[in-house]
Design a protein around this ligand. Structure first.
Ligand SMILES: [Zn+2]
Length: 108
């Protein structure tokens, strides 16, 4: 699937030609920042370092979910999901700020 990700903290966008389908991005492993961050290597290093500092109990192979706080899908070629649905668990205010003028669909 072809999509565009936005890092709402830096304003950086990345176009992704993903081997994963719309379901993966909307409801699967791609629905939170954990896997979306793979497209932003610099930010990924930052997030991981911050998590390791905040949670010294984590072993090297362990990690916590980064949650749905930062990385929005702002464009996607899909008939199955709206942008609001691709970003379902992200804060309403974040989506309102960034998707308002992009997505023609009315918010859920
Ligand atoms: Zn996660």
């Amino acid at each position: 699937m072809i999509l565009t990700l936005l890092d709402t903290q830096t304003g950086e966008t990345v176009d992704v030609d993903s081997p994963y389908d719309a379901y993966w991005w909307a409801e699967g492993n791609g629905s939170c920042d954990c896997n979306r961050i793979d497209e932003f290597p610099a930010a990924e290093d930052e997030l991981e370092a911050a998590q390791r500092q905040a949670h010294p109990e984590l072993q090297e192979w362990q990690g916590l979910c980064y949650g749905c706080t930062r990385l929005l899908i702002i464009a996607a070629e899909s008939d199955e999901y709206t942008l609001d649905e691709f970003n379902e668990d992200y804060p309403q205010a974040l989506k309102a700020q960034w998707l308002r003028e992009i997505d023609g669909d009315s918010p859920a």
